[in-house]
Write a protein that binds this ligand. Structure first.
Ligand code: NAP
Length: 310
């Protein structure tokens, strides 16, 4: 990027929320760039099958939906810049955004940087990442054809991944810390119908074992206090997500690390808006991310009008 770039708006994040916000902002004729990390598409790109996004009655793969949204933003002329947001500070009426590729001076920001997978934080997890430990079944599931894997978690992601893996693997253990799933009813019904999924209730993974590759997990049953070792070839961790808010935490109000906004998607800082999974919201879905993003772009446009007249 070299010397400081100047823009009216920077959208941070190339997932569905970021692309939608940029697309709308382009329609309001704003001078903007979209800053995105190396792998665009956000979490949507890692979902195996999206069945609840309107307009796709037969479902659509997350990867394809993310690609289509990205393409749609590119078609309206959104300028994509590769890089990661590192910090942001106020400078007069502007924001100075430091990125891995250089500095950007901007009037407004839409933060749609999403969230990244939460880690189990158990021995073996980091060392065996990429050697049997994965955070994305859609990306890595195929490596486990006819093998045995464990999925940690009980939410939509874990259950969705377990169903997907059950079609590839010989055996899938779903290890959940309680005795009922958090996932939506229709996903639960489908998971219970899969013979190759075995539910390991009231249990947590306490260690992932292996030297060059995963060979087993240690599991602790919280009710019986029993510890056991289960041979597996892979572990898919799906226990929720942490928002990517560290770089912006000094300037906006957060709630449990997520950005607090009003219904206009305004954060507590003037000119900074948030959309999608990074926002404090009761529902994190593609549908809600798209709604957030459209409102955020509209609010950013109104903000620019206001500051232009002083
Ligand atoms: P989530 O809904 O927050 O579920 C996280 C799961 O992991 C919960 O079951 C939780 O257990 C468990 N967990 C959390 N921390 C843990 C720990 N340290 N050790 C063991 N287990 C732990 O996260 P998600 O499933 O990733 O879903 C995130 C959002 O994306 C949700 O809003 C979801 O609806 C959405 N999503 C939707 C779809 C779809 O519609 N097809 C697919 C994927 C995701 P407890 O239940 O005991 O809290």
């Amino acid at each position: 990027m070299g010397e400081t770039m100047t823009k009216e708006l920077v959208v941070v994040g190339g997932g569905v929320a970021g692309c939608t916000a940029a697309m709308y902002a382009k329609r309001y004729n704003m001078d903007l760039i979209l800053l995105e990390k190396a792998a665009p598409g956000g979490q949507t790109a890692t979902a195996s099958e999206i069945e609840n996004y309107p307009g796709f009655p037969d479902g659509i793969s997350g990867f394809e939906l993310a690609e289509r949204v990205h393409q749609q933003a590119a078609n309206v002329g959104v300028d994509f810049v590769a890089g990661t947001a590192e910090s942001v500070v106020r400078d007069g009426d502007d924001w100075l955004l430091k990125t891995s590729g250089g500095e950007i001076r901007t009037k407004a920001l839409i933060v749609a940087a999403g969230a990244s997978p939460r880690r189990l934080e158990v021995p073996g997890e980091r060392d065996l990442y990429g050697k049997g430990v994965s955070y994305c079944a859609t990306c890595d599931g195929m490596f486990y054809r006819a093998r045995t894997v464990a999925v940690a978690g009980g939410g939509n992601t874990a259950v969705d991944e377990a169903i997907y893996l059950s079609q590839i693997c010989e055996k899938v253990y779903l290890v959940h810390r309680r005795d009922e799933l958090r996932a939506e009813a229709h996903l639960q019904t489908r998971a219970f119908q899969q013979e190759s999924i075995e539910f390991v209730w009231d249990s947590v993974i306490t260690e992932i074992i292996g030297s060059d590759e995963v060979t087993a997990i240690k599991v602790h049953n919280k009710k019986t206090e029993a510890d056991s070792e289960m041979p597996v070839d892979g572990v898919f961790v799906a226990i929720g997500h942490e928002p990517a808010t560290e770089w912006v935490a000094d300037v906006v109000e957060l709630k449990d690390s997520f950005i607090e906004t009003n219904q206009e998607m305004e954060s507590s800082a003037p000119g900074i808006f948030a959309a999608g999974d990074i926002r404090d919201t009761p529902l994190r879905q593609i549908t809600t991310a798209v709604g957030d993003a459209s409102i955020a772009a509209h609010s950013a446009w109104q903000y620019l009008q206001r500051i232009a007249v002083g």
